[in-house]
Design a protein around this ligand. Sequence first.
Ligand code: C2O
Length: 575
Amino acid sequence: MEMRPNISTFLVVIFAIIILSKLAEGTTRHYKFDIKLKNVTRLCKTKSILTVNGKFPGPRLVAREGDRVVINVVNHVKNNVSIHWHGVRQLRSGWADGPSYITQCPIQTGESYVYNFTIVGQRGTLLWHAHISWLRVTIYGAIVILPKPRVPYPFEKPYKEVTLLLGEWFNADTEAIISQALQTGGPPNISDAFTINGFPGLLYNCSSSTNTSNPSDTYKLKVEPGKTYLLRVINAALNDELFFSIAGHTLTIVEADANYVKPFDANTIVISPGQTTNLLLRTKSSTPNSTFLIAIRSYNTGLGAFDNTTASAILEYPNTNQALTFLIIPPLPALNNTLFVTNFTTQLRSLASNQYPANIPTTVDRRFFFTVGLGTSPCPNNGTCQGPNGTKFAASVNNVSFALPSTALLQAYFFRRSEKVYTTDFPANPPFVFNYTGAPPNNTFVVNATKVEVLKFNTSVEVVLQDTSIQGIESHPLHLHGFNFFVVGQGSGNYDPMRDPPKFNLKDPVERNTFGVPSGGWVALRFLADNPGVWFMHCHIEVHMSWGLRMAWIVLDGELQNQKLPPPPLDLPKC
Ligand code: C2O
């Protein structure tokens, strides 16, 4: 009789231990992504677009820090597809990273591939998107990584959380646009609208969207007064950096690219393609007499044409009669306001707390100086091309315009079949020194090649990215796969290796996976190469990437077993 309570207590304790240890190691989340066509109507036109599960934008992926995520992607369309989990570190799971011809061959029609990875040491907002040609224009969605169970945010607990996916809409077929542009060498056609959660909003000229009382083309963010909302803002636009603002409301920035930052307030934020930002929005204490718009518009300093339209959504308080209220559009910075962008980006700082330290590499093993920017290629047909002076537009890193191979780099590397696929002589410095942000040199032709940079495991790397003015200065949001980097310095004009490094911030620089090389300036990044595999680095402005502004790092295996890349899954697609 006396034994019974002891045994049951014992069993309860055992169960509790099992459950707690299960919770600590995370759960597995399963998703199925069916790539299929769907008809949608925007700007008063119906168009068949590529989607995941018939949803536009695509489904939200939700997980907790420490969870395993398993996504079975099935391709039901004519195009080859692969999906990238942008910003997920993919520690020793490079086979699941997703860029076509870098870590995998694309999934062909009727085929499938299971992406399997664990989210380690990250929490916040990221995005997933197609990673081949321009298919990410409609194939994209949010990744929400919640903190581990019972771990609070390092800021006020929000009443509700909302995802705002910013996108770019083309009336025409984007695959036709980019393939034609690459053929003629000219600039591709620009988009027709920007979108917020898939909707362009009521500032576009289309009957279904100009009517404020029935804005079927407009996303509404329904809020209650006197509350704090966490907005997870994602720039999934193809070719444009964006200003984002909400009329009459101040925003508090608390996170960037799934890293907590020191909170600061702003009326307008800047967000580049591939970047994510979490904001706190405090609503008015009572329902106002105005209708406030959320608005986005391009930031662009390039020479070419770009979409200068404004997308909007409605911040909707309860019981407002929209027909009777004032519509307030937030003022946005001028389209080319680089000063505003610099002031914003230099305010971003890592939280750098005991709980969320900023582990900046303090010593540097290898230094790289990369010029990034636009250039040209000769016209093969002698003068019938539509790029600058009858040439073809190109873009490069250290004058190398990266050519995608016809098989995946990671496979070629892993199975030691790199011959004829890539060479390991990517230049650590530009081929010759010139005034990068001054008058362009005579020969601006790029070199087309598939060159990679090889790093030993645990190398601490510093990369200075220098914008060039060869085809006009322009901001380039560079994205690094497989790592976060610290933005230790930035400036305008040419980088000065003597005078600039002493000013680097090695205390609390922002930690991100995507950062805009300032238009006509430079940025210095540091990261630790602690993740074996092949990792893409490229401009997240899709047209620049198509023109070759991309390169790859190979990080070799370390000595220990847990520092090696495991073999690929059996269902890895074939080229
Ligand atoms: Cu979000 Cu390689 O891309």
